[in-house]
Design a protein around this ligand. Structure first.
Ligand code: ADP
Ligand code: MG
Length: 317
């Protein structure tokens, strides 16, 4: 599918020939920087946005002309989108009431979902009396009880603080494993993508740059953009013989004493991040980010060695 937005004279290619397939039961994460076309892609799948070109198939059937409510997909948004005047129970029960299920059946489904999401004690509260994390659990409950073919999640954790994001991330993964519902999840956070995905789709400027398992993407990035985007520390990139080369900080060994074949470098900065030391070194070849379990002092002379088979090389351009 492609999507072109026209605002006056300006044309924005929000999604440019985006092509991928998702297997039943799979957890796929679309990741990329802000504005790269993630939400546009997800909204086209949901039917909230019409593609400018291309087609979307579900179970082998073209669904281009189906309105969102007939697509059997449940979407979860960053802003929770709960009914403020309804209790958590009624919010979760809402899609079942619309379907005309019996009261007892609704109650049992809502109770089961609430238990799974650890919000059983909160069911009588209205959204105003819930924290961000609790609201998102209610929103997930409302999605689960529908038993949809697809979960679509657009940055569901972005409004939460770091600790809550981490906790809910784990639960979303467990929930998906338990329910087995095929999930397409959108985030700009590479760490979240790595933690959640069976497969990752990396986008930039409306294009897919790479599709692969988290391990494939981390170990064999298709281009310098993907290489630089993944990793909690930035990959070191440099040019050499008309190629772009890269090495991750953890693939550079450091030593305080000289050894044959190791390159001399000056440590410019160093700090402890709670797990290891992160430093910036200057050597003849340039500046590199490095990390080490040993303490690093500024202005110290160190020796470093690149793990040769961990150097990535890409054709320029
Ligand atoms: P992401 O979710 O990756 O941050 P979006 O899919 O929201 O990116 O947006 C992709 C591009 O399309 C951006 O440049 C954005 O400004 C533009 N865009 C999104 N929605 C609209 C719209 N309704 N009208 C015009 N431009 C839009
Ligand atoms: Mg978005």
């Amino acid at each position: 599918v492609s999507k072109v937005y026209r605002t006056g004279e300006v044309e924005i290619r929000a999604a440019d020939d985006v092509t991928f397939s998702v297997q039943k039961g799979e957890f796929v994460v679309i990741v990329g920087p802000s504005g790269c076309g993630k939400s546009t892609t997800l909204r086209m799948i949901a039917g909230l946005e019409q593609p400018s070109a291309g087609s979307i198939l579900l179970d082998g059937m073209v669904i281009d002309y189906l309105p969102p409510q007939k697509r059997d997909m449940a979407m979860i948004f960053q802003n929770y989108a709960l009914y403020e005047n309804m209790t958590a129970f009624d919010n979760i029960a809402f899609p079942l009431k619309v379907r005309g299920l019996k009261k007892a059946e609704i109650a049992s489904k809502v109770t089961a979902a609430a238990e799974m999401l650890k919000i059983s004690e909160l069911l009588n509260r209205k959204p105003g009396a819930l924290s961000g994390g609790e609201k998102q659990r209610v929103a997930m409950g409302r999605a689960i009880v529908r038993e949809p073919k697809l979960f679509l999640m657009d940055e569901p954790l972005s409004n939460l603080d770091a600790k809550m994001r981490f906790a809910l991330r784990k639960e979303i993964r467990q929930l998906q494993r338990r329910t087995g519902v095929t999930t397409i999840y959108v985030t700009h956070d590479q760490g979240e993508a790595m933690a959640l995905a069976d497969r990752v789709i990396v986008m930039n400027h409306g294009n897919i740059r790479q599709i692969g398992t988290p391990r494939e993407i981390y170990n064999s990035p298709a281009d310098p953009f993907v290489a630089a985007f993944f990793g909690s520390l930035p990959m070191n990139l440099w040019e050499e013989d008309h190629m772009i080369c890269g090495i991750r900080p953890e693939d550079i060994s450091l030593s305080k004493s000289f050894a044959h074949g190791w390159e001399k470098a000056l440590l410019l900065t160093g700090y402890f991040n709670g797990v290891q030391w992160i430093g910036e070194v200057q050597c003849e070849a340039g500046r590199f980010t490095v990390c080490s379990d040993c303490e690093m002092e500024q202005q110290q002379t160190v020796y470093m060695r690149f793990t040769e088979d961990k150097i990535h090389r890409w054709q320029k351009g």
